[in-house]
Write a protein that binds this ligand. Structure first.
Ligand code: G1P
Length: 299
């Protein structure tokens, strides 16, 4: 049976995006017309995911509301003849079952994934970080490619998406130590969470999408706090590899750029890029930006 279950951690506090995230989840910030997490869900649907477990935290209820069916709003739009606006709610009806559980203590990404254990038990599953969009307008099937690799052999217990990053950015990500040649698909020898530049074994950065065998839960149980005093998913994968499991890396294609909405710099860039590519508003914005830049206003 192919994997149709994904865990989407959305419990992070988004402190690097304050004050915007003081009382709303960073995953609900819009990029172009949609909130970030809607792109993540649409991407997962494209790869055949049918069941989705959000790991949420305090002040994240608007995520639940967003994926619920808002009967009152539908009725209002129908009664007032706003069919085009009604079409914007089509995503509510997409074939996806949603489940929610809370990470009650902020102990890190690894701990958030471990919160899924009682519900996932013995099934392989996808992890997709709720603050990263893959590809312009999330038109990526990276998760499907990860699942295909995972299903190649029973020895494979983890498959991870990677993106090449400039050397100075390795300090922000989990970094791969590949075994042998690096092609679009490669074997993982080791992984290091946010290494110093001179310690980084490559510039291949973990890109927010993973597939795991349920054995990852045992590793997470044994993983002590690491970087930032948090239980790191990267450290649990490392443990899995050290215990003889096989790990595979899959590189994102050049058009599958990762938009990591963790700080204002990358958030602004993503917003502008998505808005410029908007079929309705992109051209107008393009002209506006061009005029603005040509006027060379002092900044
Ligand atoms: C997390 C992971 C890191 C990964 C990154 C982007 O870090 O710990 O390994 O590279 O997401 O996918 P965070 O951005 O939560 O600090």
């Amino acid at each position: 049976m192919t994997i149709d279950l994904a865990v989407v951690p959305v419990a992070g506090q988004g402190t690097r995006l304050l004050p915007a995230t003081k009382s709303q989840p960073k995953e609900m910030l819009p990029v172009g017309r949609k909130p970030i997490v809607q792109y993540v869900v649409e991407e997962l649907a494209l790869s055949g995911i049918k069941r989705l477990l959000f790991i949420t935290g305090a002040s994240k209820t608007s995520i639940e509301n967003h994926f619920d069916i808002n009967g009152e709003l539908i009725q209002y739009l129908r009664e007032t003849g706003r069919e085009d606006q009604l079409a914007e709610l089509d995503f509510e009806r997409q074939q996806m079952e949603y489940f929610y559980t809370r990470q009650r203590r902020p102990l890190g990404l690894g701990h958030a994934v471990l919160c899924a254990r009682p519900l996932i038990m013995n099934q392989p599953f996808v992890v997709a970080l709720g603050d990263s969009i893959i590809g312009l307008h999330a038109q990526s099937k990276i998760v499907q490619r990860l699942i295909e690799q995972f299903e190649r052999s029973d020895d494979i217990k983890a498959v991870v998406a990677f993106e090449e990053v400039p050397r100075e950015e390795v300090v922000r990500y989990g970094i791969a130590k590949p075994r042998g040649e690096v092609d679009d698909v490669f074997e993982l020898e080791d992984l290091i969470e946010k290494p110093d530049i001179d310690e980084a074994p490559s510039n291949l950065a973990v890109a927010a999408r993973y597939v795991f065998a349920p054995e990852i839960f045992d590793m997470l149980e044994q993983t002590p706090p690491g970087k930032a005093g948090e239980i790191q998913l990267t450290d649990a994968i490392r443990l899995l590899l050290r215990n003889g499991a096989k790990g595979i890396g899959v590189r994102l294609a050049p058009e599958e750029r990762r938009y990591d909405i963790g700080n204002f710099e990358s958030y602004f860039e993503a917003f502008v890029e998505f808005a410029l590519a908007d079929p309705l508003y992109g051209e107008g914005l393009h002209k506006h930006l061009q005029a603005l830049l040509n006027s060379q206003r002092p900044v």
